[in-house]
Design a protein. Structure first.
Length: 231
C-alpha cells in the first residue's frame, strides 16, 4: 500500500491540464502512458491517478523495467513455480498478480526488451498469463500505468518498441513538460518542499528563502527537473 500520496504542485497550463485529465480518466481503468524527462514527477502523476480511481486502497505496485535484466524482470512480473529455474526453490507471485484489483506501474517501459514486450501484450489483451514453470494461467484484473522518458513513437521507428503494444498501452497519454518550460511552477514547488522540510527538521520559523535566492532559482534551468529542485 502507498503512504500518503503527494499532490501535483504547479499552476502552469501543463499541470492544470494534467490535473483535469486525471479527474476525467481515473475511473475508466484505461491503460495510461505517462511520458516526460527524468525527474518531472511521472510517479506522482501515476499515484494521483490511482488515488482518484475506484482502485484506491487496493495494491499499488511499481517495478522499474530499466533496473533489472530481462530474465529477472520476467520472473518479477509474472512469478514462478518451484523448479522453474536454478534457485527457484519456492513459488513466488509476480507483480501482476500482487497488483490484482489495483494498479501496476511499469516504470521506464521503453527499456523493456522486445521478447518481454510480446508477453506483456498477451497479458494486456487477455488478462491472463502463465508464471514461469507453470502450465496454468493466472487471471488478473490489473490496471496498467506505464511511464517512460523515451519517445516511444521514435522507438517504434528504430525497432526497439512494438507498435501493437504501444497502441494497447497508449490509450490515454499524459505528457509532463520539463520544469524549465514552466517557470511559473518553480516558486509553488519551492514553497511546497520548504514547508515539508521545515516541518521535518522542526525549523518552521527559521527556514526561508530571500527574494534574491528565489530569483536565482527562478532563473536556473533545472536539468534534473522537480527531483533536482526537491533535493
Amino acid at each position: 500500500m502507498l503512504p500518503k500520496i503527494p499532490p501535483i504542485i504547479g499552476v502552469s497550463e501543463n499541470i492544470r491540464s494534467i490535473k483535469e485529465l486525471i479527474t476525467h480518466v481515473a475511473d475508466t481503468g484505461l491503460n495510461v502512458v505517462i511520458s516526460g524527462e527524468s525527474g518531472v514527477g511521472k510517479e506522482i502523476v501515476a499515484q494521483n491517478l490511482y488515488q482518484h480511481s475506484p482502485r484506491a486502497g487496493k495494491p499499488f505496485i511499481k517495478i522499474n523495467c530499466a533496473a533489472l535484466p530481462e530474465g529477472l524482470l520476467e520472473s518479477e512480473l509474472f512469478g514462478y513455480e518451484p523448479g522453474a529455474f536454478t534457485g527457484a526453490g519456492r513459488k513466488k507471485k509476480g507483480k501482476f498478480e500482487l497488483a490484482n484489483g489495483g494498479v501496476l506501474l511499469l516504470d521506464e517501459i521503453g527499456d523493456m526488451s522486445l521478447p518481454l514486450q510480446s508477453k506483456l501484450l498477451h497479458v494486456l489483451q487477455g488478462g491472463s498469463f502463465s508464471p514461469l514453470g507453470s502450465e496454468k494461467d493466472v487471471n488478473v484484473d490489473t490496471w496498467v500505468i506505464a511511464s517512460t522518458n523515451h519517445e516511444l513513437d521514435k522507438n517504434i521507428i528504430n525497432g526497439t518498441f512494438r507498435e501493437d503494444l504501444y497502441y494497447r498501452l497508449n490509450i490515454i497519454k499524459i505528457q509532463i513538460s520539463p520544469l524549465r518550460t514552466r517557470p511559473e511552477d518553480i516558486l509553488p514547488l519551492i514553497d511546497y518542499y520548504l514547508k515539508i522540510y521545515s516541518t521535518e527538521l522542526n525549523r518552521e520559523n527559521s527556514l526561508h528563502l530571500d527574494n534574491d535566492m528565489r530569483q536565482s532559482l527562478m532563473a536556473y534551468h533545472w536539468p534534473g527537473n522537480v527531483r533536482e529542485l526537491q533535493n
